[in-house]
Design a protein around this ligand. Sequence first.
Ligand SMILES: [Zn+2]
Length: 276
Amino acid sequence: MAVKKLEYITPTTNGEANAAAKAHCTVCGRGFLNMRGVSAHKRFCLKSFEAEAANPRPRSDQKLDALVKKKKREAFVEAEHRIVYNDDRIHNVYSFKYLGAKLMNHGSDEDEVEDRVAKTQGAFTSHSGIWRDMSIPLALKIRLFKVRILGILLYGCESWKVTKKILKYIRGFTARCYARMINEPYVEMSIVLSQINVIDIIEKRRWKWLGHVIRMDKKRNPYKCLSIIDHSPGSLLAHLPLNIRNLDSRNLAAQDRSEWMNKTFFRRITLNMQCP
Ligand SMILES: [Zn+2]
């Protein structure tokens, strides 16, 4: 659940980017995040320090720009007013890990999903012998993918506020993995979703968990948290069918465990419709 808007951060200047760079062009001195950035730059290199200084090109939408902005945000949060508890000033942080999930100070889950995709990519690569082996049936590979890989990718997805960007990350990652399994460079998204409907899997997990939370003791914290979740697109309650949107009808529907999924999952407003 997003709790506050991202602060405005000034555009990255060439000086800031060069200071944070981990690799530099040996000809003009322009900084980059890694050597891959340097080799991509060679075609556009201005061939001298003077020409580079006289023609400062924008840094927006580069990985180095994202890194500089992240550092600025961390410094911004650090400088914010600190809460005092038992005479201790509590340290302000931009993000922290709790029960394996990355929590951001602004409440967005996009960084957490980006992290999870990176972790899952490692797990997927560690099984590359299986994905490359064309003698293994595709159905078996898909089952293995759902058990070994999606478990890591979707850890904690029940509490995500699913945005367009998050859906894009997850669909894109699944499509890349599926293309590797069938040994093709590219595959249509509709074909991927017909084989591994990752959005359906996310929704099913969210509905099951929501049923458990609604049936919980009213004094427990997860139940209390339901009262502060709104119905905006991507939130846990956003795709509830219209006939069980109020508190009483929702509680009544959740009491019948066997019917809960029929009343919700099969009649839901899908994330695909909300965040196309
Ligand atoms: Zn250069």
